[in-house]
Design a protein around this ligand. Structure first.
Ligand SMILES: [Ca+2]
Ligand SMILES: [Ca+2]
Length: 130
């Protein structure tokens, strides 16, 4: 019993090959985009983009949140506690680390630049590590 003619089978095979030809570059492009998203090099806690993590960064965050100050150019770095948001808990986290023996900002930071290993929606337009 013959389900398809030879010509139909040949067309089906060509369509399959054509699909694969597009699917492979598309998959590679998706992988490349994921790689690019992971390549932001940051210094966690460095909200004011100075290259150092200090009380000035906590002040910068508070000024941004409560006094209309400029937004950190690297929100991912300003996320000192790495919870995916920039809020007052980040300035408190920095002050506790600096003055009360609290834990340091999670890697990458507070002394070395590196890739953020956690995924979030925060952006980083300009980092002190660039
Ligand atoms: Ca700083
Ligand atoms: Ca945070």
């Amino acid at each position: 019993m013959k389900l398809f003619s030879r010509q139909t089978a040949c067309r089906f095979f060509k369509i399959l090959l054509l699909g694969a030809a597009f699917a492979v570059p598309l998959a590679a492009w998706t992988d490349l985009q994921a790689l690019v998203d992971l390549t932001d090099i940051i210094l966690r806690g460095d909200a004011n983009n100075s290259g150092l993590v200090s009380a000035a960064d906590a002040n910068y965050i508070n000024n941004y949140l409560f006094s209309g100050g400029p937004a950190p150019s690297c929100m991912d770095a300003a996320d000192a506690n790495d919870d995916g948001q920039v809020d007052i808990s980040d300035s408190i986290y920095l002050m506790e680390w600096l003055y009360s023996g609290g834990p340091p900002p999670p890697a990458p930071g507070p002394f070395n630049c590196g890739q953020d290993p956690t995924s979030d929606s925060l952006t980083c337009v300009n980092s002190s590590c660039d």
